[in-house]
Design a protein around this ligand. Structure first.
Ligand SMILES: Cc1cc2nc3c(=O)[nH]c(=O)nc-3n(C[C@H](O)[C@H](O)[C@H](O)COP(=O)(O)O)c2cc1C
Length: 129
């Protein structure tokens, strides 16, 4: 099973979650603005996530999703952090589905800076999908 983890994080909370998912998936999490972030080889599961900012996701993450090719991504699994709202999960799901990419119902979410139990859950999320 090939896996990849991509994220956009302004203040590090979603990066912490992404790194834990990546540890479970045994890959390296890359920010969407990393020069190697493009998905050039087929992946079975793309974990993709970002923080919620004023009820939206960052433009860079939206733009990154618009570059994804459904022929190279078998399925996606979304994750997010925020103060309270899980809305970014729905935004991510909808953007991915609009690209023709299948999205898992199961998601990974943490309130702000993920604590130890959130990081453990994220690691299992990365391992199990
Ligand atoms: C400008 C700004 C707007 C935000 N808007 C929301 C919001 O509408 N709802 C919410 O629950 N959290 C909101 N947050 C909180 C962030 O989603 C939260 O701090 C998140 O963990 C940030 O992720 P990051 O550290 O990966 O950038 C906002 C934070 C900032 C800085």
């Amino acid at each position: 099973m090939s896996k990849a983890v991509r994220f956009y994080s302004r203040s590090g909370n979603t990066k912490a979650l992404a790194d834990a998912i990546a540890a479970g998936a045994e890959v390296t999490a890359l920010s969407v603005d990393d020069r190697s972030a493009a998905i050039t080889e087929p992946v079975d599961t793309l974990f993709i996530g970002g923080g919620l900012y004023a009820y939206g996701i960052d433009k860079k993450l939206k733009e990154y999703i618009s570059t994804l090719d459904s022929n190279r991504v078998k399925q996606a699994a979304v994750f997010s952090t925020s103060w309270l709202s899980k809305h970014a999960l729905d935004i991510l799901k909808n953007e991915l589905k609009a690209r023709g990419i299948a999205v898992l119902e199961d998601t990974c979410y943490a309130k702000s800076n993920p604590d130890e139990s959130a990081l453990k859950a994220a690691e299992a999320f990365g391992r199990n999908h």
